[in-house]
Design a protein around this ligand. Structure first.
Ligand code: PMT
Length: 397
């Protein structure tokens, strides 16, 4: 993989992108523009990359480095991509090693813009980005946040972890299976407030849902993750943090209409305190009586609102008669695939890294899976999703 680094303050973050990709087993060849070297030295990249950093068309180890790099690359990532490099790439100008390599390749290209808000929003830059997108270039949108000089706004380079995850997805070629498919995932246990400091909750860590979201993004899906817990590893997608069942319901319903696939891995509270105290309940006032009321069943609401072609995956956390109870939930909630989750064993279900499940589909077929890592289970669930999406496409055409 060629990692192109252009001249912006975010160039220092490209070192972290490089390190993460090398750690993931990718052979990374860095190419720095002259301006990039004003921010970070080539030696730094040479130290963490798979081969020495190249900085010029003229003094590289091989005579025509741009064709060597362009032809041998499986992927080119430009991070940060400045307005200048984006403009040259869109216009077909090749006046240094990076821009020449971008023209001398047939490999997929991922451009990660980073610049000040005014530059990012300038019509020239936006038109250049639109041109690149039209030509099939992948663009990882910049984030809003703190910029050079203390300004705040849109234009900050995407997080290094997200860039690395997106690059890995493109390299895995898995990008085919769910490319263009929008997948909405929920994760974690909801917290239902008793007072400002106490809540009714459950043991869900979010690991299962995060694994589904990460794997979906790796396969090219546009992912929205509604979660009560922060993912420990980066996920390339939109993250919507929520806390209560009500907030999760609102966030899910706001995104569900545009989603091709919804995966409800969250452990949503079935009950919440009827009244929430404004102030912390005092021990001296005696033992409080907490009266519960039902929450909205989000999955049932999704099942009722399901549009033709939309694929709904539910999880059923069960401790006994796992398949029977899960099958009843599949029917009641109008779900296409139910992951019947045995949460009784210590190595399966809540908090742990492994899980044991039976995949039930709406035709009544059941596939019993052995104990496996949550990442592996996420992969098998998404294989089913990809099959369903592939079957749907010819009908739409
Ligand atoms: O997060 P981890 O620590 O990795 O643990 C993973 C997990 C055990 C939480 C996960 O694998 C799992 O089983 N999630 C579903 C937990 C659950 O709430 O199961 P349930 O049988 O109570 O609910 C059935 C389905 O309805 C679920 O898809 C749930 O998201 C949904 N539901 C439930 C209640 C409610 N009010 N609204 C819902 O949408």
């Amino acid at each position: 993989m060629v990692l192109g680094v252009a001249g912006g303050i975010a160039a220092y973050k490209a070192v972290e992108v490089c390190r993460r990709l090398v750690d993931a087993g990718v052979h990374v060849a860095p190419v720095l523009t002259a301006d990039a070297q004003r921010f970070v030295g080539a030696v730094t990249f040479s130290a963490v990359a798979s081969e020495p950093a190249r900085t010029s068309l003229w003094d590289a180890p091989e005579p025509i480095p741009h064709t060597h790099l362009g032809q041998s690359a499986d992927l080119i990532v430009v991070a940060p991509a400045t307005a200048n490099v984006i403009g040259k790439y869109a216009a077909g100008i090749s006046d240094d090693l990076l821009t020449a390599t971008l023209l001398a390749t047939r490999a997929p290209v991922l451009v990660c813009p980073a610049m000040h808000t005014e530059m990012w929003e300038h019509v020239a830059v936006q038109e250049n980005i639109a041109t690149l997108r039209r030509r099939g270039v992948h663009v990882l949108e910049p984030e809003a946040g703190r910029l050079a000089g203390g300004d705040v706004g849109a234009g900050r380079l995407a997080e290094p972890g997200v860039i690395a995850e997106t690059a890995l997805a493109l390299l895995a070629g898995g990008i085919g299976a769910l490319t263009g498919v929008s997948v909405l995932v929920t994760a974690g246990g909801t917290r239902e407030a008793i007072d400002p400091v106490r809540f009714v909750g459950n043991r869900s860590s979010g690991k299962m849902g995060h694994a589904v979201a990460r794997e979906a993004a790796r396969r090219g899906a546009r992912v929205t993750l509604v979660t009560t817990t922060t993912p420990v590893a980066p996920i390339a997608g939109e993250i919507v943090p929520v806390e209560s069942a009500d907030a999760m319901h609102e966030a899910v319903m706001a995104h569900a209409a545009g989603a091709d696939v919804v995966v409800m891995a969250a452990a949503v509270a079935d009950f919440r305190p009827k009244a929430v105290a404004d102030q912390k309940l005092k021990k001296g006032d005696g033992v409080p009586e907490v009266v519960l009321e039902p929450t909205i069943d989000i999955l049932s609401a999704l099942g009722r609102a399901k549009r033709p072609g939309q694929f709904l995956v539910g999880f059923a956390a069960e401790t006994e008669s796992v398949v029977e109870h899960a099958a009843a939930k599949l029917r009641a909630k109008n779900v296409d695939l139910m992951v019947a989750n045995d949460v009784a064993a210590e190595d399966s279900g809540f908090e742990v890294d492994t899980n044991r499940a039976v995949l039930l589909d709406s035709t009544g077929r059941a596939l019993e899976l052995p104990l496996m890592g949550k990442d592996a289970l996420a992969g098998l669930i998404l294989d089913r999703v990809a099959d369903a999406v592939a079957k749907k496409e010819p009908q739409q055409a």
